[in-house]
Ligand binder design. Structure first.
Ligand SMILES: *[C@@H]1O[C@H](CO)[C@@H](O)[C@H](O)[C@H]1NC(C)=O
Ligand SMILES: *[C@@H]1O[C@H](CO)[C@@H](O)[C@H](O)[C@H]1NC(C)=O
Ligand SMILES: *[C@@H]1O[C@H](CO)[C@@H](O)[C@H](O)[C@H]1NC(C)=O
Ligand SMILES: *[C@@H]1O[C@H](CO)[C@@H](O)[C@H](O)[C@H]1NC(C)=O
Ligand SMILES: *[C@@H]1O[C@H](CO)[C@@H](O)[C@H](O)[C@H]1NC(C)=O
Ligand SMILES: *[C@@H]1O[C@H](CO)[C@@H](O)[C@H](O)[C@H]1NC(C)=O
Length: 512
């Protein structure tokens, strides 16, 4: 597979064709594309790419479990792989007291990184006398089939076992086996997850009700499929986060794309842009810069936390406010692109130790999420003319499919997720069949638009915060936590307590 998947459905050839189109048809709206946002994008390979975690805050054992690679076939010589999982029984009250098991559904990255960034689970475990388990998602971190990442990511033959269904089966098999080993069959399992991990937690509660008594699904966009939510939702939400800080900032960003493209078309334009933006290497086309800027804005919206944080990048509290201050407050006479540079530097160079910017530190690495997006995780995204500050773009399934065939030799199945897990008419479904689920969302998070934002029943509950961002409730408590966040976490604890009490009461009756 030689094709380079440099960003979802943006390919150099397409870009050249579009530039020509743009030149010959002046009315064509914009010659640059908007690439599909990823939950974590290039960050998802942390910490294996840098091979270090800042500090290990929580105590756990690292264990490995022998899994079958294909849960849905029956051949004895099917390959197997080693799934990593993090385990702590420090506070577990054990089988006799039906001590609960808190299972975090690993998502698209190194599980140790998620464990460090999911302080909530560690912090509430002692109160519940809970065991803590963080199983890693297959094809990420150390849980690689075929012996290495290179082999596992070789082509569609080796990648075909990378799916949400297989990952859920991994979690189910692992926790069932572990419970048997510990004679803990009666211990209730509570699922946790953020982002894609939150989707897995919600889906696992629905698919494996005999394995888990409840799920906290934080920032889980289980409705970001097909036409369930409008395709403009994500970028409109990112844009609103900027607009609420400053309309001038929103306008500056919105106007910057055309300026950027026309600069790039000038003689030596790409060199000039390379200088303006402090890039390490000569810019090859405007699209790469557009991708780099667009990702920064999307990630900023995800991590627009009210206090300083270091999830994707080291950032101050209210980072969008800070970026907009830079953009609005650049010295008089700054050009629009200089303003944009000032703003985006806050994201990419907050610590001030970046000597030049690499637009793409991993040009040949195909991420596991690209594969997932090209198979079942088809989340249509568009950028609207009016509400969005990004360059206008209409989601185009045929070009999306074309990109996937070029990159992986596969055709996406846009209707599979809703067939497998539901999504249409979710209220009705969850009302009739669901229970013990929390969908928590912060409205600053652009993924919130694809999640469940309304209470559905007494036990399928939406916790929505106006000022929250991407799964902030799962992060460790800090002294700077605003009252709404403290309250949100207290509600989550209370609801989980209710599930467990209810389970234990029913269990005692049925044992009699
Ligand atoms: C993927 O690579 C393996 C091993 O090199 C090969 O046997 C297989 O045919 C390849 N599959 C595709 C779809 O190219
Ligand atoms: C359960 O015990 C068996 C035998 O010691 C071991 O191979 C397996 O890995 C254990 N399961 C888990 C989930 O650790
Ligand atoms: C703009 O910059 C000046 C000088 O650095 C500062 O005093 C002022 O507070 C800034 N304004 C905003 C809106 O950030
Ligand atoms: C990063 O910030 C430092 C400190 O402000 C500055 O000296 C450096 O030039 C910046 N790097 C880039 C690539 O702009
Ligand atoms: C969608 O993409 C296909 C293939 O790239 C192209 O032929 C078609 O014109 C596009 N449709 C729209 C509405 O832009
Ligand atoms: C849903 O119900 C819970 C109480 O169980 C409440 O705290 C929450 O605010 C409600 N959510 C919405 C979106 O109304």
């Amino acid at each position: 597979m030689a094709a380079r998947f440099f960003s979802l459905f943006v390919f150099p050839l397409v870009f050249c064709a579009l530039i020509l189109l743009a030149l010959s048809i002046p009315s064509f709206s914009s010659p640059v594309h908007l690439s599909s946002p990823q939950f974590l994008g290039k960050f998802s390979r942390r910490p294996t790419s840098s091979n270090k975690l800042p500090v290990k805050r929580y105590r756990y054992d690292v264990r490995y479990f022998d899994q079958r690679l294909d849960h849905f076939s029956f051949s004895d010589d099917d390959p197997r792989f080693r799934q990593r999982y993090l385990f702590s029984s420090d506070h577990w009250t054990g089988p006799d007291r039906m001590g609960p098991i808190f299972l975090y559904c690993g998502n698209e990255g190194d599980i140790a990184w998620f464990a460090e960034n999911t302080g909530f689970v560690w912090e509430i475990a002692p109160k519940f006398g809970a065991m803590v388990l963080f199983p890693e998602h297959r094809y990420y971190g150390e849980s690689m089939p075929y012996g290495s990442r290179e082999e596992a990511y070789k082509n569609s033959t080796t990648l075909k076992y990378l799916s949400a269904e297989q990952a859920l089966a991994d979690f189910a098999v692992l926790v069932t086996d572990l419970k048997r080993n510990l004679s803990a069959q009666a211990c209730p399992v509570v699922l946790f997850g953020g982002s894609y991990g939150g989707m897995l937690a919600a889906w696992m509660r629905l698919k494996y009700p005999h394995i888990a008594v409840g799920a906290l699904a934080s920032s889980a966009p289980i409705l970001q499929f097909e036409d369930i939510v409008p395709p403009e939702t994500f970028y409109d939400l990112v844009s609103n986060d900027f607009k609420r800080e400053s309309t001038n900032c929103f306008d500056t960003i919105k106007n910057s794309w055309d300026v950027l493209v026309s600069e790039s078309l000038k003689e030596n334009g790409l060199s000039a842009l390379t200088k303006t933006f402090g890039l390490c290497r000569e810019l090859r086309n405007a699209q790469d810069l557009v991708d780099w800027l667009s990702s920064a804005y999307s990630y900023l919206a995800m991590v627009d936390y009210p206090y300083p944080s270091n999830f994707l990048m080291p950032l101050p509290g209210h980072p969008i406010r800070e970026v907009c201050n830079k953009i609005d407050n650049a010295s008089d006479g700054s050009t629009i692109l200089e303003r944009i540079f000032e703003g985006v530097s806050l994201y990419y160079n907050y610590t001030g130790d970046v000597s030049c910017f690499e637009l793409d530190d991993d040009p040949h690495g195909m991420s596991g999420w690209d594969w997932q997006a090209c198979t079942e995780m088809v989340m249509p995204m568009s950028s609207s003319q009016v509400g969005s500050m990004f360059s206008p773009y209409n989601f185009n399934l045929s070009s999306y499919e074309e990109g996937c065939r070029q990159s992986f030799g596969v055709s996406p199945r846009p209707r599979w997720i809703t067939t497998e897990f539901g999504g249409h008419d979710i209220k009705m479904t969850l009302k009739m069949f669901g229970s013990n689920m929390i969908f928590s969302n912060g409205l600053l998070d652009p993924w919130s638009g694809g999640s469940v934002l309304q209470n559905i029943s007494d036990s399928v509950v939406a916790l929505v915060t106006d000022e929250g961002a991407h799964h902030i409730d799962l992060r460790a408590a800090t002294p700077e936590d605003p009252a709404w966040l403290v309250e949100q976490r207290a509600t989550e604890v209370r609801l989980i307590e209710g599930w467990l009490n209810n389970y234990q009461a029913k269990r005692l009756i049925s044992d009699m």
